[in-house]
Design a protein around this ligand. Structure first.
Ligand code: BGC
Length: 813
C-alpha cells in the first residue's frame, strides 16, 4: 500500500507542531503576540504584522488571493556564491538540504540548511512590547570559510489595509521613509494626522540597504528573484512614493564551525502630537531607540523569549489532564487552549481566510470565545465583558460587531441579530463561576457607549433576557430578527440583487412571523443560568419572573417546536415550518437539536433522545455532523444566504464544527458517553491528523470552522482554520462535560460523561486560590458519580466546595 505523505508531526514535549516539508497542502500558520502587537506567520515565513487592529494599523503588506499563494512576508535571502536561498524555502524555492518549521506557543522557529550553512530564525513578539523579534542564527557547518551576502526584506503597508489595496492614485505618492544607521523607518502619513511610525532594525552594521520596492526587486522580477539579491548588490534606494520596503544588506564571513546571531526588530511607535518631530520633517526616534536598546543583544532577546515561554507555562498549568491517551492529552493540554487564546485575541478578524479588513469583534463571537480562556486570564475576560456590554442598546438589542481600536459598535453591520443578547449572560455567568467575582454585576456600564447612560451590568443582563421576551412571534417563540447564530438564515431578507449583502438587508420585517428554535433553546439554557444567578444574589422576585418566562418557552417549544423525531429549526416570514419532515430539502438542522437538547426540553417525553438519535441518523457522516440535511440544491428567496452556498459547504450542509459540540453536550447531559465521544473524536484535530495531511489540507493542530459535508464535491476538505467559535466550544465540551470538571459558584462540580472504554485519569485544576488534583475512576460507567472523596473525606453531592489551598479528590463513578 502506498505510504501516505506526511508534512509534519506533534512534538508534545516542546508543545510544538513540527513541519518537515515546506510544501504543505495550504499554508500552515501560527500567531505571534498576546496583547497589542500581533503577527501571522506561515510555515514559509509569509504573513504580516499589525498593531491592535488588522485594518487600521497594518504594519506590513500582504496579498490575499495571490498567485502563487502566500506571497509576502519577512524574508531572509542568503547568497552563497551563485546560490540564493531562504531558510523557509520561499520565496526563492531553492531546494534545501534540510527544512523545518516549529510552530510553538506564540513563537515560530524556521530552520533551513543549504551547502553547509544553517540559518535558523526564531520569530516572536516579546511580552508588553510593540515589536516582532526575528533572531537569525547563521552557522557554517562546512569545513571551509563561508562569505555570505545576507538581505532582509519587509514590505510596508500604508497603514489602512483596505485603502492600501485600492487607492493607488494616492498611495503611489504618499510613501515616506528615513534611514538611520541600521534602522529603516516607515513614516508614511506621519506628517499629517498619524501619530505612529514603524521601523525595521538589525543589531549589526549594514553594508547597504533598500527602501524602494521596484529598485530592489526590479519591475519585471518577483520576490523569488529580486534583482539586487541576484546581483548581490544593494542599491541604497530611498523611497519617495511608490511602494516602500525595508531591506538590510549584510556581508557575513563565517569560519568553519562558526555561528553568528543577528537580531532583527520590526517595531511600532506612537508619539504625542507635540513630540512628533525632532527637526522639521525628521521623526522623533527617541522611543524607537529605547525599544531597540531593550532588545539589541542575543542575551536580551533570549531573556524576553524565556519570559514568553514562562507565561505559556503558567497559562497551560491551570487545567492539565493525564489520561494516557496522547491524542486527547495534547489537544486538551496544549493546542485547544492555545487556539482559544488566539481566537480571543483575534476574534474573526485576521487569518489566512479572514483578511483583517472585513470584520470587527462579534458580540456573540466574543462572548463564546470567553469560555475558552476565562480560566487563564480572568481580568481580560472581565474587561471584555464590560467592552461588549457597552455596545448594547437600552432595549437589550446589540451591535453585532465592534471595532477593537475604538471599542465602538460597528455601524456598517448594525444590530438586530436576536440571539446576540443571550450570549452576554452566557459569558458573564462563565466569568463569575470561574472567579467568584460577583462585583462585576455592579459595574456601571453604558449603553451604546453613551456617557450618562450607565446602568449596572446586572441591568444589562436583565434587558438582554427581556429583549427575547419582548420579541416573541405567533407561536410564542423568539422572533429571529436579521438572523440568529446562523448568520446565513436570513428570514426577513428577500433579495434578488447580487449587490446586496444578505446579512444587512432586512428589507421586510414588519408583520414577520419568522421565529427561531435555536434562540428558544439558547434562551432556556441561559435563562436557567440567569434564574440561578438571581437566586444566588438574593433577587428572588426577578428569579421567579424569569423562571415563568423559561417555563413558557419550554411549553412553546413542546407545543410548536417539535416535528415528531426532532426539533424544528424555525418558522419563516409567512409562518411556514423550516427544518421539518414536511420540507422538500433541509428537513433537519443541527442548531436547534443542539440547543434544545442542551436545554433538555422534553427530555421526560423522550424528545431529547429522539433528537440526538436523529442527529446520528441524518446529520452524522465520516467527518462530523453536517449543519442541515439534505442540503439545499437551489436558492430560496425566503431563506437568504444559507441557500446561496453550493451543497455541502459552509452553512448549507457543511460540517460547521462550531455547532457539533452543542449536540455533544446534549449527549453528555443525556448520559450517552459513547455517542458524545464518537462525535467529539471525529472533529478532534489530533484524531484526524492523518486526514489533515492531504484531504483536510488546513493546519492539523487546530480546528477549522468548516469541513465540507457529505453532500459536497469534496467531502472532508477543511476551510477557515484558526478563528472559529469551535475552539471555545471544543474546550468547554471536553473540559466541563466529557472530563467533567465544571466551575460553579461555590466550588467545582464533577460530572464526567465518558465512553465506557475510558480508564482512570487525573485532572490538575487550579481554581481561584486553590489547586485540585482530581482522579476519576470511571469503572466502565458512561455517567454518574457515585462518590467523591475530598482530602480523605466523603462529600455530599457532586460539588467539591471551594477552599484555598491544595486538595486531592478521588471520584468513583
Ligand atoms: C460568525 C458567527 C456565526 C457563524 C455561523 C461565523 O462566521 O462569526 O457569528 O455564528 O459564522 O453563521
Amino acid at each position: 500500500m502506498e505510504q501516505q505523505k506526511r508534512y509534519g508531526h506533534f512534538d508534545d514535549q516542546h508543545r510544538e507542531y513540527v513541519i518537515t516539508d515546506p510544501q504543505t497542502p495550504w499554508p500552515w500558520i501560527n500567531y505571534l503576540g498576546n496583547e497589542d502587537f500581533f503577527s501571522l506567520i506561515s510555515n514559509t515565513a509569509g504573513g504580516y504584522s499589525f498593531y491592535k487592529d488588522a485594518k487600521f494599523r497594518r504594519i506590513t503588506r500582504y496579498r490575499y488571493n495571490n498567485v502563487p499563494m502566500d506571497n509576502g512576508g519577512r524574508y531572509f535571502y542568503i547568497k552563497d556564491g551563485d546560490t540564493v536561498w531562504n531558510p523557509g524555502w520561499k520565496p526563492c524555492k531553492t531546494p534545501l538540504d534540510f527544512y523545518e518549521c516549529r510552530h510553538g506557543m506564540s513563537y515560530t522557529r524556521i530552520t533551513g540548511r543549504k551547502n553547509g550553512v544553517e540559518a535558523s530564525v526564531l520569530f516572536f513578539v516579546p511580552l508588553k512590547k510593540w515589536c516582532e523579534v526575528q533572531k537569525l542564527t547563521l552557522k557554517n557547518e562546512s569545513s571551509e570559510t563561508k562569505t555570505l551576502k545576507l538581505f532582509s526584506f519587509e514590505e510596508w503597508c500604508l497603514w489602512n489595509a483596505a485603502t492600501d489595496m485600492e487607492n493607488f492614485q494616492r498611495n503611489f505618492s504618499t510613501g515616506e521613509v528615513e534611514i538611520e544607521g541600521s534602522t529603516i523607518y516607515h513614516k508614511t502619513e506621519y506628517r499629517e494626522r498619524r501619530n505612529h511610525y514603524a521601523f525595521y532594525h538589525v543589531n549589526a552594521p549594514i553594508q547597504g540597504f533598500d527602501t524602494d520596492r521596484e529598485t530592489f526587486v526590479g519591475l519585471y522580477n518577483s520576490f523569488a528573484d529580486p534583482q539586487a539579491v541576484i546581483e548581490g548588490k544593494p542599491r541604497n534606494s530611498h523611497a519617495h512614493g511608490w511602494s516602500p520596503i525595508a531591506s538590510h544588506y549584510i556581508e557575513v564571513t563565517l569560519a568553519p564551525g562558526e555561528s553568528k546571531d543577528f537580531v532583527f526588530l520590526l517595531g511600532y511607535i506612537e508619539n504625542e502630537q507635540d513630540e512628533k518631530f525632532e527637526a522639521p520633517q525628521v521623526i522623533n526616534k527617541k522611543k524607537a531607540h529605547a525599544l531597540i536598546a531593550e532588545l539589541d543583544t542575543t542575551e536580551k532577546v533570549d531573556k524576553a523569549f524565556a519570559e514568553l515561554c514562562q507565561l505559556w507555562d503558567a497559562l497551560l498549568n491551570i487545567y492539565k489532564v493525564k489520561t494516557g491517551n496522547d491524542k486527547l492529552d495534547r489537544m486538551v493540554n496544549i493546542w485547544n487552549q492555545y487556539q482559544c487564546m488566539v481566537t480571543f485575541n483575534f476574534s474573526r478578524s485576521a487569518s489566512f481566510f479572514e483578511s483583517g479588513v472585513g470584520r470587527g469583534m462579534g458580540f456573540r463571537d466574543s462572548n463564546q470565545d470567553l469560555v475558552g480562556f476565562v480560566h487563564q486570564i480572568p481580568p481580560r475576560a472581565r474587561q471584555r465583558i464590560i467592552d461588549i456590554a457597552s455596545t448594547q442598546f437600552p432595549d437589550g438589542g446589540c451591535y453585532h460587531q465592534y471595532q477593537p481600536l475604538t471599542k465602538r459598535g460597528n455601524n456598517d453591520i448594525g444590530g438586530g441579530f436576536n440571539d446576540d443578547p443571550c450570549w452576554l449572560i452566557f459569558g458573564t455567568v462563565a466569568y463569575i463561576k470561574e472567579t467568584g467575582d460577583f462585583s462585576i454585576l455592579d459595574e456601571m456600564v453604558p449603553f451604546d457607549n453613551q456617557p450618562g447612560s450607565e446602568v449596572t451590568l446586572f441591568e444589562h443582563l436583565k434587558v438582554s433576557m427581556d429583549h427575547v421576551i419582548k420579541n416573541l412571534g405567533p407561536h410564542l417563540l423568539p422572533l429571529i430578527g436579521r438572523a440568529d447564530w446562523n448568520d446565513c438564515l436570513n428570514l426577513n431578507c428577500f433579495s434578488w440583487d447580487p449587490n446586496e449583502s444578505f446579512q444587512t438587508t432586512e428589507n421586510v420585517s414588519e408583520g414577520t412571523k419568522a421565529e427561531s428554535l435555536m434562540i428558544a433553546g439558547l434562551f432556556v439554557v441561559t435563562g436557567k443560568d440567569y434564574v440561578a444567578l438571581c437566586k444566588k444574589i438574593g433577587k428572588n422576585d426577578e428569579a421567579e419572573r424569569m423562571q415563568k418566562a423559561v417555563d413558557a418557552m419550554i411549553a412553546a417549544v413542546k407545543k410548536d417546536g417539535w416535528d415528531g423525531e426532532w426539533y424544528l429549526r424555525a418558522y419563516d416570514f409567512y409562518g411556514n415550518k423550516i427544518g421539518s419532515n414536511e420540507c422538500e430539502e433541509a428537513k433537519i438542522f443541527i442548531e436547534s437539536q443542539g440547543w434544545c437538547t442542551m436545554a433538555e426540553i422534553g427530555a421526560e417525553d423522550g424528545m431529547v433522545a429522539k433528537s440526538l438519535d436523529s442527529c446520528k441518523k441524518y446529520l452524522e457522516c465520516e467527518h462530523g455532523m453536517v449543519l442541515n440535511n439534505p442540503a439545499f440544491t437551489k436558492y430560496i428567496y425566503e431563506y437568504g444566504e444559507i441557500s446561496s452556498y453550493p451543497e455541502g459547504y459552509k452553512e448549507n450542509a457543511g460540517i460547521f464544527c462550531h455547532n457539533n459540540p452543542w449536540v455533544i453536550i446534549g449527549e453528555c447531559l443525556a448520559g450517552r458517553g459513547n455517542d458524545a465521544w464518537s462525535h467529539y473524536a471525529k472533529i478532534l484535530p489530533s484524531y484526524v491528523e492523518e486526514k489533515y495531511q492531504t484531504l483536510h489540507k488546513v493546519e492539523p493542530y487546530v480546528n477549522c470552522q468548516m469541513v465540507a459535508g457529505k453532500d459536497a464535491f469534496k467531502p472532508g476538505e477543511g476551510k477557515n482554520s484558526w478563528l472559529t467559535g469551535t475552539a471555545a466550544w471544543m474546550w468547554y465540551t471536553v473540559s466541563e462535560f466529557i472530563l467533567g470538571i465544571k466551575p460553579d459558584y461555590d466550588g467545582i462540580r464533577i460530572d464526567p460523561c465518558l465512553p465506557e472504554t475510558a480508564t482512570d485519569y487525573t485532572v490538575n485544576r487550579k481554581f481561584r486560590e486553590a489547586e485540585y488534583e482530581i482522579t476519576i475512576h470511571p469503572n466502565g460507567a458512561q455517567k454518574g458519580v457515585k462518590q467523591i472523596v475530598l482530602d480523605g473525606k466523603p462529600v455530599d453531592g457532586t460539588v467539591i466546595p471551594y477552599s484555598v489551598g491544595k486538595h486531592t479528590v478521588e471520584v468513583t463513578m
